[in-house]
Design a protein around this ligand. Structure first.
Ligand SMILES: [Zn+2]
Length: 304
């Protein structure tokens, strides 16, 4: 989406406070956060400079309001009194960044790819954020397999790796986060469900659907950067997120179904059983066989 006209992709802003403002990890452009001109301009506009942000205050607010366990209280029709001030203050930090990033980049849409459902529930209470949520789902068994892999974090120059989870825990997290996004939709927030398998299968169509959802005008836009098999990506300034954000140039688009052969049958059955209701609701076949390519569901009634 960051390649579309009028769109600025920020990466996972939820991790910016700790990894970038505090630890000075590398931006998607390759520069340390403190040396990235884009983020320095954003910090100046938003806060009068990053040195004026009390990171420990933001992290304390995060702990106080933005945890999955707080979602039942955030998701009510009225925000409880003891949460209101904290949620407003916490969401205010994000609003400041979104506004400044839009001004610096000239974009009308900023994309925060933080995947924390609790953050979306907090932002729901910020009246001046026009919140639209692209809810990207992937087959839980593919997600569980992915979480078992050891992946380095280039932004730390090899000092750290991405979090790993056992498949049973992944299954529970998959359920909790996806259910939380469903709840957000029931509270009236515009939520567009995008299946990973469909996104890599028909990227141009899905991109058009996302553009329409976010109000991005594609008339006259050049979508030649993406085809069914690759995307040409320019350097961006994503602050944190998956290590593949550092890749630029021609990126192959391929449905990663390694899990079908690599996830042991016992674990596949466990994850399939724990996630069965939502897998079914999203149109995934419960009995995924080991044959590559069967992970994309044929759905009786499109769940979107
Ligand atoms: Zn940068």
């Amino acid at each position: 989406m960051g390649e579309l006209p009028g769109v600025c992709a920020l990466g996972e802003v939820v991790h910016l406070w700790q990894r970038d403002v505090r630890d000075d990890e590398r931006c998607g452009c390759g520069a340390p956060f403190s040396a990235c001109r884009f983020w320095q301009l954003v910090g100046e506009r938003a806060f009068g400079g990053w040195h004026r942000v009390d990171v420990y205050r933001v992290l304390a607010l995060k702990e106080a309001v933005e945890r999955t366990r707080h979602i039942p209280r955030l998701a009510g029709s009225r925000l409880p009194d003891d949460l209101r001030g904290l949620v407003e203050e916490y969401a205010g930090y994000y609003r400041a960044i979104y506004t400044a990033a839009a001004e610096v980049s000239g974009a009308t849409v900023v994309v925060d790819s933080s995947k924390h459902s609790a953050l979306a529930h907090c932002l729901r209470w910020a009246p001046d954020i026009d919140l639209r949520v692209a809810h990207v789902v992937r087959d839980a068994r593919g997600v569980a397999y992915s979480w078992t892999k050891t992946v380095g974090r280039p932004e730390t120059d090899g000092a750290d790796t991405m979090t790993r989870y056992a498949p049973g825990r992944s299954a529970l997290l998959w359920n909790a986060h996806n259910a939380a996004f469903g709840l957000l939709a029931r509270r009236g927030v515009p939520v567009l469900r995008v299946r990973y398998e469909q996104l890599v299968g028909a990227p141009v169509d899905e991109l058009r659907r996302l553009a329409a959802f976010t109000g991005v005008d594609l008339s006259g836009a050049d979508l030649g950067f993406v085809t069914g098999t690759y995307a040409d990506l320019r350097v961006g300034h994503s602050a944190a997120g998956n290590p593949m954000r550092f890749e630029v140039g021609r990126i192959p688009l391929r449905h990663d179904d390694t899990w079908m052969a690599a996830l042991p049958p016992g674990q596949r059955r466990l994850v399939g059983a724990v996630c069965a209701p939502l897998l079914r609701a999203y149109g995934y076949p419960l009995r995924a066989t080991g044959t590559a390519g069967t992970g994309v569901a044929t759905t009786p009634g499109d769940p979107r």
